[in-house]
Design a protein around this ligand. Structure first.
Ligand code: NAD
Length: 261
């Protein structure tokens, strides 16, 4: 059984992908900055049936940490067949008061992190003499703005990821490296509730559930496992002829916005 590497694997969608890979009996390397949540996710991955779980503390924005993590995976796990560049952060700031620091941090984690993870994956496959499947996590904000704005850096980073995926797919095709993006719609994870706790957290949850019922054609947010299923299909041989594509998993949101005047 081959190995799958997932960044941002300690929480939310990344954790769902890691558990989904585990259920398919794969070796799973989990990369994240949150050491405690990472240990918990690695236990869940083992309990779900992974051949093995390798938690690695790694900041995807740091070149040396990403390359070292891939070296550790190469040393300790069987051949890597799939890599998921999933780690991401969101900062909500109106443009007029947005800071250079938060712009740079969003770009460093989301866009540079995707580049560094992808480059390490491609170099690993080159050394291994094999192809592989790389999945990057984009967002509807790569294609449409959100009412209320306030996430220009995030949208720009995800737009960059979507363009990167198409370019990297052409770059990798001659070597049998497939590169695709998953576009999750609103998915019920911590990123939606950053910095909130107690009453404020409960109120935001209720507010988002109501907004989802009103605005998302399928009437609800996604569960992380539902996004994970799409990623796992792109990692599998069932998608062998798919590269340079975007798989939109948003309950119909983008289709609706295209028809809303
Ligand atoms: P999440 O906050 O639950 O998970 C993100 C994970 O990334 C966390 O475990 C966090 O510790 C990790 N992380 C943050 N910075 C990191 C870094 N520098 N290096 C390594 N790991 C880091 O959020 P999520 O919703 O699971 O987000 C996963 C991906 O899905 C992100 O790229 C996000 O932009 C994207 N996405 C989420 C939604 C949504 O509605 N939840 C929608 C569209 C896209």
């Amino acid at each position: 059984m081959s190995a799958v590497v997932v960044t941002g694997a300690a929480s939310g969608i990344g954790r769902g992908i890691a558990i989904g890979a585990a259920k398919r009996g794969r070796h799973v390397a989990l990369l994240d900055i949150d050491e405690q949540a990472l240990a918990d996710a690695a236990s869940a991955v083992l309990a779900a049936g992974a051949a093995s779980a390798l938690p690695l503390v790694c900041d995807v924005s740091d070149e040396r940490e990403v390359d070292a993590a891939f070296e550790a995976v190469a040393d300790r796990l069987p051949a890597i067949s799939g890599v998921v560049a999933n780690a991401g952060i969101e900062v909500s700031e109106p443009l007029a008061s947005a800071t250079v620091e938060s712009w740079d941090r969003v770009m460093a984690v989301n866009l540079r992190g995707t580049f560094l993870t992808s480059r390490a994956a491609v170099n690993h496959w080159r050394a291994q003499g094999s192809g592989g499947s790389l999945v990057c996590v984009s967002s509807p904000s790569a294609f449409v703005g959100f009412a209320g704005g306030a996430n220009t850096a995030y949208g720009a980073s995800k737009g960059g990821i979507s363009a990167f995926v198409r370019a990297a797919a052409l770059d990798g095709a001659p070597d049998g490296v497939r590169v695709n993006a998953v576009v999750p719609g609103a998915t019920d994870t911590d990123i939606l509730y950053f910095g909130l706790e107690g009453e404020a957290l409960l109120a935001r949850r209720a507010e988002l559930a109501q907004a989802a019922q009103r605005q998302i054609p399928l009437g609800r947010m996604a569960r992380p496992e539902e996004i994970a299923d799409a990623v796992l299909w792109l990692l599998s041989d069932e998608s062998a002829y798919v590269t340079g594509s975007h798989l939109v998993c948003d309950g119909g949101l983008l289709a609706k916005s295209a028809n809303t005047f």
